[in-house]
Design a protein around this ligand. Structure first.
Ligand code: C5P
Length: 229
């Protein structure tokens, strides 16, 4: 049986958020944001190990106590200049543990509201899949394309459009090779697509949001508090 592992790229500076420290350390529901993210993965019984990929310059991680997350957590300070590079470096750090056919779940540090139900849906729906896939939600809003003056140039059809989320789950060997060959992608599915494969879309919901701007942080906190976390 293939094993399940997780990699959490957490080496971004959070420039769009504009805080003093990387956004994954901002407090939310009484803990650093990334604590909630890692806790969801470490609590998942199917996942054997979780690598968190930090920047070599990270000075905040060591200031917190992470022991309550348990023994599955591995910390590596090998983040790169892009998300794809951080993930590729994390995959190399996992090399001694992971076999080619093992599943690797890559999950953004900045998505703290991941649930056990979402993880179960992803693992169950992809268990026999030849390619792997990602959590995603069908686009709900009408989409407008802007011109240079921020006026509507066109209304884009939203049929068949989905918003990609994470975790993104692929076989270790396939993902390692795809990211090495296609490093310019913004998510793992992009590398798998560039390799000529079609990742499956597993429906999640919008509570699995990525904290990018300050208003997202408040929303994520309300979601966690609403669940009693
Ligand atoms: O910036 P954004 O929110 O899109 O980043 C998504 C995830 O990728 C975050 O968890 C961030 O820490 C991570 N990342 C990384 N290395 C980079 C850039 C982003 O690990 N160089």
């Amino acid at each position: 049986m293939p094993r399940h592992y997780a990699i959490v790229p957490a080496a971004g500076s959070g420039a769009r958020f504009g805080a003093q420290m990387p956004k994954q350390y901002l407090p939310i529901a009484g803990k650093p944001l990334i604590y909630h993210t890692l806790s969801a993965l470490c609590r998942c019984e199917r996942i054997d190990r979780v690598w968190v990929v930090l920047s070599p310059d990270d000075e905040v991680w060591r200031k917190h106590d992470w022991t309550s997350l348990g023994p599955k957590l591995e910390t590596v300070f090998c983040g790169g200049a892009t998300r794809a590079e951080s993930v590729a470096n994390g995959l190399l750090a996992a090399e001694t543990a992971a076999a080619d056919d093992d599943w690797m779940l890559v999950h953004d540090a900045a998505r703290p509201c991941l649930t056990q139900a979402m993880l179960a849906a992803l693992c169950d729906e992809l268990a026999d899949d030849a390619v792997g896939g990602i959590l995603a939600v069908p686009v709900a809003d009408t989409l407008k394309r802007a011109d240079a003056g921020q006026r509507v140039a066109a209304t884009e059809p939203r049929d068949g459009l989905w918003q990609a989320q994470t975790p993104q789950m692929f076989r270790y060997g396939v993902l390692l090779r795809a990211l090495a060959e296609h490093p310019g992608v913004t998510d793992e599915a992009g590398a798998i697509e560039a390799a000529g494969l079609k990742p499956r879309l597993v429906q999640a919901d919008t509570t699995n949001l990525k904290v990018t701007y300050p208003t997202d942080l408040r929303l994520a906190e309300l979601i966690l508090q609403g669940r009693g976390e």
